[in-house]
Design a protein around this ligand. Structure first.
Ligand code: ATP
Ligand code: MG
Length: 416
């Protein structure tokens, strides 16, 4: 029987993982310099958390969640996104009491039962942040600066930041009504999904990718024309802050997010280099979510980056090569050198060796193939004379090294 990974779920192999690791490292370092700390949330939660948090009329909740009953008959969902779990943890652990603003980041896999295609998987990785506890526009600007700095640090610069404001509890209902009135006259041109959205959540129609719906939404009233004074001022301050930091952006008044919890600032970073799956990060404000999930009224803002999509935009990195290859001939050489090998590895030296018991020629071939910088040769003759041979694989120069005092001199050469 031959097994294969599940459709839409893929392995990230050595050679591909290096870009992902660099992205994770860069994100951690940028986020931490902004004062964010990691939170590690579970892979699965009760289904109700996502249904409530993300909104029942969203694509995710309607058709993308991996939901099952566990052995106790409890309804469980593999997390499709990180915000609802982070907010759940914020409320559960009363993080509001620990700091005025909880500044958290997470990274890990998300699960959505989507149609697999290039850049769209059923298990994919996100790196995300949430700042919970302030509605100040300065935080929107900081969060956006953090996102753009991270992308810049991994060399992903040909991107576009699009922002919009979706209004708040005061002005959104009015906009919703206006929007509904507009769509009412175009119902026959909308797809089946959108006709359903029309009843429950007409703003979601703006996010539909179908051509017919796009034609209709192109002329739909804009949320920006319906913002209340406070939302307008908030949005203006976000734009001013971005300008001050010289972060380029465009205002896209059609931008809505696929999740119900967003309010006011919504944003997306896109690239022209990935074809249809062009969004590499997205987020926004969710000022109603904490309350919706049973906590005290608390504003928040965050984003999530699509790791696979960003990694394909990054340059390729090679799998690290060994600093040193031990060409050991005979069991006695292996026995004597093992303590040295383990000691040097403990010092961070990357050491490889042969595991097949091959001859010198074969072992040198392997050292070459692995791209080792140096090779240390120890066979019967070397054991007898007490001197090993160190070969510089680049210059082909060889030198003798005393077997009784190997570690320190080797360390020195490797670190020089
Ligand atoms: P899309 O419009 O591409 O479906 P989305 O609005 O569903 O994206 P979010 O839920 O905001 O995406 O997730 C943030 C980011 O995570 C996206 O911008 C994208 O880079 C990445 N992402 C989302 N879904 C997938 C997926 N199925 N496979 C790979 N990456 C994904
Ligand atoms: Mg999606």
């Amino acid at each position: 029987m031959k097994f294969q990974s599940i459709r839409g779920v893929k392995d990230i192999l050595p050679g591909e993982i290096e870009a992902v690791q660099r992205l994770e490292l860069a994100a951690r370092s940028v986020f931490e310099s902004f004062g964010f700390s990691e939170i590690r949330i579970p892979i699965f939660e009760v289904t109700e958390l996502f249904a409530r948090g993300i909104g029942t009329t969203t694509d995710i909740v309607e058709k993308e969640m991996y939901t099952f009953e566990d052995r106790d008959g409890k309804k469980i969902t593999l997390r499709p996104e990180g915000t609802a779990p982070v907010v759940r943890a914020y409320i559960e652990h009363q993080l509001n009491l620990k700091a005025p603003v909880a500044k958290l980041y997470y990274l890990g896999p998300m699960f959505r039962h989507e149609r697999p295609q290039a850049g769209r998987f059923r298990q994919f990785y996100q790196i995300g942040v949430e700042a919970i506890g302030t509605d100040r526009p300065a935080m929107d600007v900081e969060v956006l600066a953090m996102l753009m700095t991270t992308l810049q640090q991994v060399g992903v610069t040909e991107v576009q930041l699009e922002i919009n404001s979706l209004g708040d509890a005061a002005c959104r209902p009015h906009y919703r009504k206006t929007l509904k009135a507009y769509f009412k006259t175009h119902l026959s041109q909308l797809c089946e999904d959108c006709r359903r959205r029309y009843e429950i959540n007409p703003m979601r129609i703006l996010d539909c990718k179908k051509e017919g719906c796009k034609t209709v939404t192109a002329k739909a009233p804009s949320s920006l024309d319906h913002l209340c004074g406070e939302c307008l001022a908030h949005f203006q301050q976000v734009k001013d802050g971005l300008n001050q930091l010289k972060i380029p952006f465009i205002v896209n008044e059609r931008l809505v997010r696929g999740l119900d919890y967003y309010m006011r600032t919504a944003f997306e970073v896109t690239t022209t280099k990935l074809g249809a799956q062009n969004a590499i990060a997205a987020g926004g404000r969710y000022d109603g979510l904490v309350e919706e999930l049973g906590g005290p009224p608390t504003p928040g803002i965050g984003f999530a980056m699509g790791v696979e999509r960003i990694a394909t935009l990054m340059e390729r990195f090679e799998t690290p090569k060994p600093d040193l290859f031990f060409a050991l001939l005979g069991e006695e050489a292996v026995r004597q050198m093992l303590p040295v090998i383990i000691r040097l590895r403990g010092e961070g030296v990357r050491i490889e060796m042969d595991y097949s018991g091959g001859g010198l020629k074969k072992q040198m071939g392997l050292a070459d193939k692995l791209g080792a910088r140096h090779t240390l040769i120890v066979g019967e003759n070397e054991l007898k004379s007490g001197k090993a041979i160190l070969r510089d694989m680049r210059t082909k120069e060889q030198r003798e090294m005393s077997l009784s005092d190997l570690s320190e001199p080797l360390l020195k050469i490797i670190r020089s």
